[in-house]
Design a protein around this ligand. Structure first.
Ligand code: SAM
Length: 306
C-alpha cells in the first residue's frame, strides 16, 4: 500500500465525523440459510441524531459518495439537514472527512461500510432522502446495482414514507434500468431526464417489449424538470425534487465523464410500495448494454479494497 494511502488511513482514525466500523461488528459470519446476509444492528442505528449530530434534523444519505462532494456541498447549502456520505473506500472518504473537519461542518458525517450492510446502520424512518451519485452501473450483476429490487428492499427499511431517491449518472444503462424498476413496481417517478444539462424536458422510457431495438418513445407520464436550473417539477403540484445543487454540484466522476462527452442523466423517485419489489421484466438489458459504449475510464472496480 502506498505511503499516501497509509497517511490518509492514519488521519481517518482522527476524524470524529467518520465512522469506520469493522465489518465483523455487523456481519454475522454464520450467514443466512437463504443465501442472503445476516446482519447485526450497529449501536448507532436509530441514534445518528444525538450521537453523531448535535442537531436533531432530517438525515440525507449519499451512497457511494467517493470523495463526498454532494455530501459536503449540500450540508453547506442546507444547514437544516444532516448529511451522511457512505463509501467503502477509505482513501476517498478521507477527502470529505478532512474537509468536514477543517471547515467544522456540524451536519456532516461519513460512514465507511459496504452499502450491502446499510440496513444495519439506520432504523425505520431514520433517513429522509438518498442520493446515488455516479454509482457503478454493474452491467453484469443486477443484484449489485444500487437501484435493484434487492437494494430498494434495504432502503425501504429506513427511508421515510415519501422519501426521494435521486440517481445522477452518466450511465444510460443504469438510468433506464432504474426507471424500469420504478415503472415495474408502480413507484412515483418525480423527474427523469437523459440529458440533464441540455434537455428542457424530461422523458420516461417505458420499454414494453424487448423485441424492438429502437429507443423507446418519450412518455408524458412523468412531469418534466422545470428548466433551466430551478429543480422543481412542472405544474407546481408535486414537491420540490431537487434544488440548484442538481446542476451546480459536480462530483469527481461527473467532471470526468462530462470531459469525455457523456451525457448526464437524472432520475428521482419514491419507493413507497407494498409487498416485494419485482424485477423489471420489460427491461432490455442487452439493448441498453449495447449502447453503453466503450468507456475510456471504467467506473471504479466493484472490489471493496481500501
Ligand atoms: C464511480 S464511483 C462514484 C464516486 C462519487 N459518487 C463520484 O461521483 O465521484 C462509485 C463509488 O461507489 C463506491 N462503491 C461501489 N460499490 C460499493 C459498495 N457496495 N459499498 C460501498 N461503496 C461502494 C466506490 O468505492 C466508489 O467510490
Amino acid at each position: 500500500m502506498g505511503h499516501d494511502k497509509l497517511r490518509k488511513f492514519a488521519e481517518n482514525e482522527t476524524f470524529s465525523c467518520l465512522l469506520q466500523p469493522d465489518a465483523s461488528l455487523v456481519l454475522d459470519k454464520s450467514g443466512d440459510p437463504s443465501g442472503g446476509l445476516r446482519l447485526h444492528d450497529h449501536p448507532i442505528k436509530g441514534r445518528w441524531n444525538g450521537t453523531m449530530f448535535a442537531q436533531d434534523q432530517p438525515i440525507v444519505l449519499e451512497l457511494g459518495c467517493g470523495k463526498g462532494e454532494y455530501t459536503i456541498d449540500l450540508s453547506k447549502r442546507v444547514p437544516g439537514r444532516n448529511y451522511i456520505g457512505v463509501d467503502i473506500k477509505g482513501a476517498r472518504l478521507w477527502r470529505g472527512a478532512k474537509t468536514a473537519t477543517e471547515e467544522r461542518l456540524p451536519n456532516v458525517a461519513f460512514l465507511r461500510t459496504r452499502i450491502e450492510f446499510i440496513e444495519a446502520f439506520f432504523g425505520p424512518g431514520e433517513v429522509s432522502e438518498i442520493w446515488l451519485t455516479f454509482s457503478d452501473p454493474q452491467l453484469k450483476s443486477e443484484n449489485s446495482r444500487l437501484t435493484s429490487p434487492l437494494f430498494l428492499e434495504r432502503y425501504r427499511k429506513f427511508l421515510k414514507p415519501g422519501g426521494i431517491i435521486h440517481l445522477k449518472t452518466d450511465s444510460r444503462f443504469l438510468h433506464e434500468y432504474s426507471k424500469a424498476v420504478a415503472i415495474e413496481n408502480g413507484l412515483t417517478i418525480l423527474a427523469a431526464t437523459t440529458d440533464l444539462y441540455h434537455e428542457a424536458t424530461a422523458e420516461v422510457s417505458l420499454r414494453s417489449t424487448s423485441a424492438s431495438r429502437t429507443p423507446p418513445p418519450a412518455s408524458p407520464a412523468v412531469p418534466p424538470l422545470t428548466c433551466p436550473r430551478v429543480g422543481t417539477v412542472a405544474g407546481g403540484t408535486l414537491p420540490t425534487v431537487a434544488g440548484p445543487e442538481l446542476f451546480e454540484v459536480q462530483t469527481f466522476y461527473e467532471r470526468m465523464f462530462l470531459s469525455q462527452g457523456y451525457k448526464i442523466t437524472y432520475l428521482a423517485f419514491t419507493i413507497d410500495h407494498d409487498g416485494p419489489y419485482k424485477h423489471p421484466y420489460s427491461f432490455d438489458s442487452d439493448y441498453w448494454r449495447s449502447i453503453e459504449g466503450p468507456r475510456r475510464f471504467s467506473h471504479s472496480p466493484s472490489s471493496t479494497q481500501r
